[in-house]
Write a protein that binds this ligand. Structure first.
Ligand code: OFO
Length: 165
């Protein structure tokens, strides 16, 4: 049985994961119109993963006898200055998500809610993974450079990071 406080926090996280999905899906549209097909595919994959994160939380809240609640989600940004600016925003957003997962974990530990602590472990590992992946994207952008045909090669490199499944 989850505490009221925990249900509220988990529902806020459901909302944040949903928002993350929309941010990345919208970014994929920007990439697509700029002809950055590799980045668009990568961002669509990220968007789908975020939806999976949302569903896991939704299921967990439901299984523990509480009501998952889908709140309002604000509209994501539609325009970006450059591919590097966009992926910097992705990294900043993932850092925010990590901070929120850590807050949730702190609350679960404080309440001695072992089930939620166990459930959240997956998210802790996932955030580590995601921050690392986006840092790799930013490193590629930095190494290749955006001048001239650099953006073309950056996009190919990012497209090469899409999982084949
Ligand atoms: Fe990329 O954030 Fe979900 O967990």
């Amino acid at each position: 049985m989850l505490s009221k406080n925990m249900v509220t926090k988990l529902n806020n996280q459901i909302n944040l994961e949903n928002y993350s999905s929309n941010i990345y899906l919208q970014m994929s549209a920007w990439a697509e119109i700029k002809g950055l097909d590799g980045s668009a595919a990568f961002l669509r994959q990220q968007a789908r993963e975020e939806l999976d994160h949302m569903h896991r939380l939704f299921q967990y809240v439901h299984e523990t006898g509480a009501l998952p609640v889908l709140g309002a989600i604000k509209a994501p940004a539609t325009e970006f200055e450059s591919i590097s600016e966009m992926f910097k925003q992705v990294l900043e957003h993932e850092k925010l998500v990590t901070a929120k997962i850590n807050e949730l974990m702190d609350a679960a530990i404080k309440e001695k809610d072992h089930s939620t602590v166990n459930f959240l472990q997956w998210y802790v590992a996932e955030q580590h993974e995601e921050e690392h992946t986006i840092q790799q994207v930013l490193d590629k952008i930095q190494n290749i450079g955006e001048a001239g045909s650099g953006v073309y090669f950056i996009d190919r490199a990012i497209g090469g990071m899409v999982h084949k499944n």
